[in-house]
Unconditional design. Sequence first.
Length: 389
Amino acid sequence: MQRIEFCFFDAGGGHRAAATALQMSIEAQQRSWDVRLLNIQELLDELDILKKYAGIRIEDYYNWMLRSGWTLGSVYLMKVLQFAIWSRHRATVRVLERHWRETAPDMVVSFIPHFNRAICESFANAYPERPLVTVLTDIADYPPHFWIERQRQYLVCGSERAVQQAREHGHMDNRIFHASGMILHPRFYETPVEERVAGSLRLGLRADLPTAVVLFGGYGSQAMLEIANRLDASKLELQLIFICGRNEKLAAALRAGKPRLPRFVEGFTKDVNRYMHLADFFIGKPGPGSVSEALAMKLPVIVACNAWTLPQERYNAEWVVEKDVGVVLRSFDEIVPAVGRMIGPANLARFRANADGLKNQAVFEIPGMLEQILEKSASAADAFATAKS
């Protein structure tokens, strides 16, 4: 049985989610692989400069920054982070190489940015004929030295833009695999278990109003309160489902008072797909996971893109406009006219039709891509062994 290691970290949450979803898909397809998940942060704890001097992991600081909304200037923070990674490159390669020699994987699949140079170099040192695959969990790269490096590796890209970026970095088409989107949990493809009207009534909502699901990642955002207050003060008629993640304080604030518009407030849940099934459109930040989940559920999106938006997520807003699947704002100060435009019957129908046309099947496609890569690698190794003998 071939062993495959999936590398992820918990900065943001989307990397682990993608690795776990793909592992589930591989198991469902009954492929004879031993897939192991590796949290790179745990392996590299001894090299974490922030933990050494401040007692907090870099990924934990990143998640705190997201929860607090302190993302202004994140472009410069990324440069500092990349310098720190570059300065510890040799030590990182040594730690990773030691790990690969202990676990002897037939393939390594990276679901993380920043570290692909070290992962590639260390794995090549240990097993030069075995393949490294980088699966981009962003819709596009944010060069330089984010996802795509100029090195010997395979790339799985979820957009035309990412494919073009891989080519621009010198990668040949036989090492680039174009998936139909981002990896989503298989539950987003399941047939709904609850009829929509009954589900809305169960949440205390009405069956005759357009419904927005408001989601800002696993820790929520204070922007959700702003959105709630602005829409409540407007003359629009709609209702809202707020998913606050692990932000209990935010959930409590949204449950307080007597709002004009019907609303349902949820904390952390694994049933995001069920809430999206009850909605007509999505409001949130332009994260690749949440936007892709919404579109898979045929929900058009309203997102904001400005100086506070993480640099790697800014292209996602452009992509929303390119695909004509939603509205992009400069800030949520503009949420009332944006929702008014969204719930216009003609606009909503057009956006929903375009979302339905995307047909993202990446989580089911990528196992076949990995199989092709393993087969290519085995053939190349056999040819090398024959030539050597």
